[in-house]
Design a protein around this ligand. Structure first.
Ligand code: TSX
Ligand code: MN
Length: 656
């Protein structure tokens, strides 16, 4: 123990032993000028309040009065600012420089290790506030809704008041102006995030377009108000774990779509704290999209060019653990084909005047799962993360590199591993060296196959929508929906094998409609109606809809399909179908490739028969389950068109 006394400790590490709770300063501790609620004592250390658009200024001032930060820092987004911030976090032990990589400071990479209690999004603490519960979630026939979580306005007000007053005491409130989508694109939207986490600032600088130029574009326009606090005012009530500020007992991530506000407390982790991503670009944006007639979806966007030089763009939605980022950056094995990446996670799509569905990637970076990423599974991701990258909860090699399960790189002799828990790693402990949800946060511009039009303000034209899932049995490699309406049903019926949850021995096939289950910003029944309504637009050229499954297994448990770059063969069939070519045969569940419509040359033995077999018994059970889920969960809000599709599928299967 240090004998210089607490005063020698830098303020970020100071804490006092108090009673168990007392999480917030008492009113007696309030600075006098704040108790009146009239002024704000925080010192502005970068930028000026005067230079902010009036509405932004009011947003900052009112929350500074509420949260009592010592300082206010208006982010300009500059290199200099970034350098200073990273340097300060390094001093404070929040991040560590990874000395193995690009050692020029301007390009170096960093490692953050979180408090082990703060490692993922938390669905149980993520809520949407609307006047009526039914505006947020369908009321299920029985039990709890699995399609989101509603909180009443009254309960939220209590929760808010129990968390935010004084929550930034002793800290700096950063003001982050950010654009989701290319700056100034008519498809883009602007947000302002107030946060007391410098990790959030550095990450938002990678994941969004951030800084002064955003304020110039914003002017007096509308923005989404985002408020975030790690919930650890200074002096600390409890010591930090790993120098990672968070407040797990009090964590709450709230969306107020009617007020265009996102309010997050207690977690510093990705989806809980980088409010532009899941909170804004999916939950808030899906609500905006419904109101304004567009789509905000959990989809990758890729460009694919055939050997003749013809190019098309596809958007694809997959639940977790299906390799969405891998597909978005795939190197095709088919000679002469090329895939380019527009985005790996989110697509904002709108039919233009000509009826083309145009999509932008609202993000500026990739916040990808590290484990499983290797030169074999995703060489382009490996190249992307060589510099300017913030890693979170991966393992560190003793020579200052990163490491994780499935990185597929032998450890050099004498090199040891420090696990994500900050301890020397021993495989005998039976624990992974990297957290299974560990991440890289890296600029999209560094991806070697980033699409030349990835920042086009008009977006790229989407010609196919792909749904998918991890389905070990019963579901063929690919099928094409019979119509737009049938395709919407296919999205609603999506299911996927969950990553082995601790409480389950066998793996479970979870429903994850549109891969949006945790991200719907409003009632899923109304969401389905919104998708169906696209077919009512006279101008709309509706993309074809497909379903893929790279994960079907044979009786011995071996994958039937080689996947990865070989998936280009499936993309080729879709490409041809969209272009009015490509042989197909009708089955009860949709169109599948004709004999020899799928190019399998040079593949070795692949059992096309097993890959495409459609079993009456399996699909009888599957449609029963889908019906039970949709009728049970969506209940009175299930559009009759979707109910008709359920019955029609049942009918077709019964006639097999
Ligand atoms: O990302 C994957 N994709 C899509 C790639 C563009 N993965 C990894 C999933 C975890 C995130 C896959 N895993 C894919 C796939 O298409 N397919 C599989 C299953 C599989 C794994 C290994 C082999 C074959 C199939 N073969 C060998 O290991 C030799
Ligand atoms: Mn995602």
């Amino acid at each position: 123990m240090c004998h210089l006394g607490a005063s020698a400790e830098p303020s970020f590490r100071r804490w006092r032993k108090l009673g168990a709770c007392a999480p917030q300063p008492s009113p007696a501790e309030m600075p006098p000028q704040l108790s009146g609620g009239l002024s704000c004592s925080a010192r502005v250390v970068q930028g000026t309040l005067d230079s902010l658009p009036q509405a932004v200024r009011e947003f900052v001032e009112s929350n500074a009065k509420l949260c009592w930060p010592d300082q206010i820092h208006i982010c300009d987004g500059s290199e200099d600012e970034n350098r200073q911030l990273l340097g300060r976090m390094e001093e404070e032990g929040v991040i560590k420089r990874l000395r193995k990589y690009d050692n020029c400071f301007a390009f170096c990479s960093w490692l953050a290790l979180t408090d082990p209690r703060d490692v993922a999004r938390i669905e149980s603490k993520t809520v949407i506030i609307t006047q009526e519960q039914r505006d947020t979630v369908p009321i299920p026939k029985t039990g709890l809704s699995q399609l989101g979580r509603w909180m009443s306005e009254e309960d939220f007000e209590k929760a808010f008041n129990a968390r935010f007053p004084g929550c930034m005491k002793g800290r700096t409130m950063y003001v982050i102006p950010f654009s989701m989508g290319p700056l100034g694109s008519p498809l883009s939207r602007i947000g302002i995030e107030l946060t007391d986490s410098p990790y959030v600032v550095a990450s938002m600088r990678i994941m969004t377009r951030m800084g002064t130029p955003v304020l110039e574009v914003l002017g007096d326009g509308e923005f989404v108000k985002c408020l975030h606090s790690v919930g650890c005012p200074l002096p600390l009530q409890k010591p930090l774990v790993n120098n990672w500020a968070c407040n797990p007992e009090m964590t709450l991530i709230a969306h107020l779509p009617d007020r265009r506000e996102i309010i997050s407390f207690g977690s510093g982790y990705g989806g809980n704290s980088l409010l532009g991503k899941k909170c804004f670009a999916l939950r808030m944006a899906s609500r905006l999209a419904k109101e304004e007639g567009w789509l905000a979806e959990h989809m990758l966007i890729l460009g694919i060019t055939n050997p003749k030089g013809q190019k098309k763009y596809f958007a694809a939605a997959f639940p977790s653990a299906c390799g969405k980022t891998n597909l978005a950056m795939m190197n095709p094995t088919l000679p002469g084909w090329k895939v380019e990446c527009v985005g790996d996670d989110i697509a904002w799509m709108k039919f233009d005047q000509q009826g083309n569905l145009r999509a932008i990637n609202p993000e500026n970076g990739f916040f990808g799962v590290a484990p499983g990423t290797s030169v074999k599974t995703n060489p382009n991701a490996i190249k992307t993360i060589q510099k300017n990258t913030i890693f979170t909860n991966v393992a560190e090699t003793s020579d200052g590199g990163v490491y994780w399960e499935g990185i597929d790189q032998p450890l050099a002799p004498g090199i040891k591993l420090i696990s994500w828990k900050g301890k020397e790693w021993d495989p005998k402990d039976g624990e992974p060296c990297a957290h299974p949800n560990s991440r890289f946060c890296t600029p999209a511009s560094q991806c070697p196959i980033i699409d030349p039009d990835w920042e086009s303000p008009d977006g790229v034209p989407i010609e196919a929508i792909i749904f998918g899932g991890r389905r070990p049995v019963g579901v063929p490699l690919v099928y094409e929906a019979l119509s737009w309406q049938h395709g919407v049903f296919v999205g609603a019926a999506m299911r996927s094998e969950a990553t082995a949850a601790a409480e389950h021995k066998g793996k479970v096939i979870m429903h994850d409609p549109f891969a949006m289950r945790p991200f719907f910003g409003y009632n899923f029944g109304q969401y389905l109606a919104h998708w169906l309504s696209m077919a009512q637009r006279p101008e709309a050229k509706l993309p074809k809809i497909f379903h893929v499954n790279w994960f079907r297994k044979d009786k011995a448990g071996r994958f039937l399909w080689p996947g990865f770059g070989e998936n280009s063969r499936v993309l080729e069939w879709m490409f041809n179908r969209v272009g009015g070519e490509g042989g197909a045969k009708l089955t009860p569940i949709g169109y599948i490739p004709d004999e020899d419509a799928l190019d399998l040359r040079g593949l070795g033995d692949v059992s096309v028969k097993e890959l495409f077999h459609i079993s009456k018994e399996f699909w009888e059970e599957e449609v029963e389950d889908i019906q039970k889920y949709l009728e049970g969960q969506v209940n009175a809000d299930l559009p009759h068109e979707i109910e008709s599709e359920v019955l029609a599928l049942k009918q077709r299967i019964s006639q097999m």
